[in-house]
Ligand binder design. Structure first.
Ligand SMILES: NC(=O)c1ccc[n+]([C@@H]2O[C@H](COP(=O)([O-])OP(=O)(O)OC[C@H]3O[C@@H](n4cnc5c(N)ncnc54)[C@H](O)[C@@H]3O)[C@@H](O)[C@H]2O)c1
Length: 247
């Protein structure tokens, strides 16, 4: 995978940071896109002190223009792009009956509009060159409605799974695959920060493997789906949830 190039959105922390690290380990050059640009920059410097293998881009995934600017910055720096991981996401735990129009739009924008614009901008670029890989980070919540997340988040993730299929169908003939990964609850800071300890214990007790998921493993699967050999996996959703949801 030497010198392949990937953009990971929401790469400043959490799962996105794990994904960025694993792509780097696999030989990729990695652009880290995030609104938290200082944290993304700090991680990029840690991964590549001279910036030759990693750099940070200020990218708000709700903005199509930001995706276009990220694409252009990567092409200017490295001359090619091979893969996109649409990872950035955010949620607020609000009872479904209390979700306001503003909250709904905000959560839909970060989790779903982001996938639309990422796939449009990078899908178009990949289609023009006849090769590319897109991996969308969805969620178990998008499949089962969620247990510790908001309904707007679950609905957005369900929409991300549908967009994955639409782009996979349209871009597949042009050499571009689009797939999703749906993780269950991961052993990450955000989960411990947002889910009360007692509730988290109950969630873990309900997971057949009896523990939270590994972000590194999700990252490894993203690297696998981005490989040139992965051309026959298209429009798929890979469930990684410890057996919490089987179909
Ligand atoms: N943590 C879990 O258990 C879990 C489970 C299933 C799916 N996911 C998904 O994994 C992805 C990463 O989640 P995480 O747990 O690492 O969350 P996190 O909150 O720790 O990290 C999210 C990152 O996205 C960035 N971000 C937020 N809004 C952005 C925007 N508008 N533009 C660009 N960047 C933005 C944040 O700055 C942050 O760096 C999300 O799509 C999430 O829905 C997480």
């Amino acid at each position: 995978m030497s010198n392949r190039v990937v953009l990971v959105t929401g790469a400043a922390r959490g799962l996105g940071a794990a994904v960025a690290r694993r792509f780097l380990d696999a030989g990729y050059r990695v652009a880290l896109g995030d609104i938290a640009v200082d944290a993304a920059q700090a991680l990029a410097r840690e991964l590549s002190s001279d910036g030759s293998r990693a750099f940070a881009i200020r990218l708000d995934v709700t903005s199509k223009a930001d995706f276009e600017a990220a694409r252009d910055a990567m092409l200017e720096r490295w001359g090619a792009i091979d893969a996109l991981v649409n990872n950035a996401g955010a949620s607020k735990i609000v009872p479904v009956m209390d979700i306001t129009a503003e909250q709904f739009d905000q959560v839909i924008d970060v989790n779903l509009r982001s996938v639309l614009f990422g796939c449009q901008v990078f899908g178009q670029h990949f289609a023009t060159k006849g090769a590319g890989r897109i991996v969308n980070i969805a969620s178990l919540a998008g499949q089962n409605g969620g247990s510790a997340t908001g309904a707007h988040y679950a609905a957005a993730k369900g929409g991300a799974l549908t967009l994955t299929k639409v782009f996979a169908r349209d871009l597949g003939p042009l050499g571009v695959t689009v797939n999703a990964i749906s993780p269950g609850p991961l052993d990450l800071a955000i989960v411990h920060e947002t889910v009360p300890a007692e509730k988290l214990e109950k969630i873990i007790a309900g997971i057949p493997v009896g523990r939270l998921g590994s972000a590194t493993h999700i990252a490894d699967v993203a690297v696998l789906l981005a490989s040139p050999d992965a051309y026959f996996t298209n429009g798929a959703c890979w469930d990684i949830n410890g057996g919490l949801f089987m179909r």
